[in-house]
Ligand binder design. Structure first.
Ligand code: CTP
Length: 477
């Protein structure tokens, strides 16, 4: 843990803030994430939160005047805050506030307050830490809530009674879980209880803010830490009910299936060791969601999840829509991963034919590598011999994919015969026959009947046309 707080504020930008604060006769501090991350020894944070006892907006204006290039001050009047972008810093200025409850109303009113009033209103003790930017106390750490101790012990604790802190802003329930996952900290027990008790309040938080926190959890080194806490606090069914539905093991006639919720968490951790791609991690999280609605017990074959990949990929759309996540190519990517998630496994079990590999490359396109990464992460068997065998099989599938792709170039498949050429060759207008012929050519290439080349495809087109009763132009008249 670093202690040299003067070092934290050694960047010349702080000199400008110190001078401006003195000019305006204010009391000013740097607070929050910047201090926390510095003390933890993390990379110097670029977001700098400045709190001043007085007007944050006036201070921001003064600072901007002194900075080279006089950057623009963005003022958020309603919040009493101001933002200045300088070099790659984002400086946010706010006046210290306190909350007071009027007798006749339960709604708090925000008033100007002291530094300590402001620290109290913050979410966690580790985020209340402030460093003085005032002459007489320059560089001192102001820590009335033992934030430093919590930082050292690895504890997420609220400065006030958790009931108050979380009801002020229920998003903090997710922030607690996110910080626990990011920093590998424990959430203090009364906080954990308050979150569980007030979980329903998450419904008043905007979906965008929820998703923001979910993304941060998914980008952690070990996302399962956050996902487990979502489960433990019972927030999971309120946010991602599709995942909660995977929990549990049923037994019929002595046959059990695996618990797909806990399996999924392992898959997410596995994939996170191999990729930082947020959306591939989401694909791992959602790859089995179709299993809950498709689960059936069959007396002959036992538990089945027929077409769960297809059902799951449809659920991805609904889930993204509900959470207001982007319905763009990111969503389509996740859908594709879910839809194809079992294909490489089938290949690895059977004797791998070239045509099966070609079809997989055709369907996965540029995402074939991501798909293989997902499938490898899906191996969660605790049997070392089996694990070794599955990994070896996937290695063979990968090798085969490389060989087939080098030879047949299916990855970015472009039909070797265009619709225009078909129309010109048979002298026909746009019609369904063109689609039929193009499709037959594609199928023949994927099946290995003809190579992915113009000449053989042209010849094949002539045969197909004739079968449909079409005459090439040179045979006409
Ligand atoms: N804060 C809070 N309650 C919230 C959000 C923020 O009390 N719901 C306070 C915390 O003191 C926090 C500061 O506002 O440190 C700045 O918020 P933000 O930039 O969101 O968080 P950081 O702590 O800087 O961390 P990160 O950038 O990782 O989100």
């Amino acid at each position: 843990m670093r202690k040299d707080t003067k070092e934290a504020i050694s960047n010349p930008v702080f000199t400008k803030i110190v001078d401006s604060s003195r000019d305006l006769d204010l009391e000013t501090y740097v607070i929050g994430g910047f201090v926390r991350d510095f003390l933890l020894g993390n990379k110097a944070p670029k977001d700098i939160d400045i709190v001043t006892v007085g007007s944050g907006i006036a201070l921001a204006r003064k600072v901007a005047e002194k900075l080279s290039g006089k950057p623009r001050v963005q003022v958020f009047k309603n919040f009493g805050t101001a933002m200045v972008h300088y070099q790659d810093f984002e400086l946010e200025f706010v006046g210290a506030r306190k909350e007071s409850y009027r007798k006749e109303s339960r709604k708090p009113t925000v008033e100007n307050g002291s530094l300590e009033d402001d620290q109290k209103r913050r979410d966690f003790t580790i985020n209340t830490l402030a460093i003085s930017l005032n002459k007489s106390t320059y560089g001192q750490l102001l820590d009335p809530f033992q934030g430093l101790q919590d930082l050292q012990k690895g504890i997420i604790r609220t400065p006030l009674d958790p009931e108050i802190t979380y009801s002020d802003d229920p998003l903090r329930m997710l922030r607690a879980i996110r910080f626990a996952a990011q920093l590998d900290f424990e959430i203090e027990i009364s906080s954990l209880q308050a979150i569980t008790t007030h979980k329903e309040r998450i419904r008043i938080v905007s979906r965008e803010r929820i998703v923001d926190e979910l993304h941060k959890i998914m980008l952690c080194k070990k996302p399962s830490t956050g996902l487990r806490l979502l489960h433990k606090t019972e927030l999971m069914p309120l946010i991602l009910p599709e995942l909660s539905a995977l929990e549990g093991i049923e037994e019929v006639e002595g046959q059990r299936h695996k618990d797909n919720f806990w399996h999924t968490l392992e898959v997410v951790d596995n994939i996170s060791r191999n990729t930082d791609d947020l959306w591939l991690r989401w694909a791992a999280l959602l790859h089995d969601i179709g299993k809950a609605p498709t689960k059936k017990f069959d007396k002959k074959i036992g538990w089945t999840f027929h077409a769960h990949e297809f059902v799951g990929s449809k659920m991805v759309y609904k889930l993204f829509k509900r959470l207001r996540m982007p319905l763009n190519e990111k969503m389509k990517f996740v859908q594709k991963m879910v839809l194809l998630s079992s294909r490489p496994v089938i290949l690895s079990k059977d004797f791998v034919t070239d045509s099966a590999v070609r079809r997989l490359i055709f369907d996965a396109g540029d995402h074939i590598d991501a798909l293989m990464t997902l499938c490898e992460a899906d191996i969660t068997t605790k049997n070392p011999a089996r694990q070794k065998k599955y990994l070896r099989n996937f290695k063979l599938v990968r090798k085969k994919i490389t060989e087939v792709e080098e030879r047949d170039r299916i990855r970015n498949f472009q039909p070797p015969i265009s619709g225009e050429l078909i129309m010109a060759t048979f002298n026909i207008p746009p019609s369904k026959e063109i689609g039929v012929i193009k499709d037959a050519i594609k199928e023949a290439i994927l099946d290995g009947e003809i190579p992915n080349e113009h000449q053989p495809a042209y010849k094949f087109m002539l045969d197909q046309g004739r079968k449909l009763g079409l005459k090439p132009i040179k045979d006409q008249d």
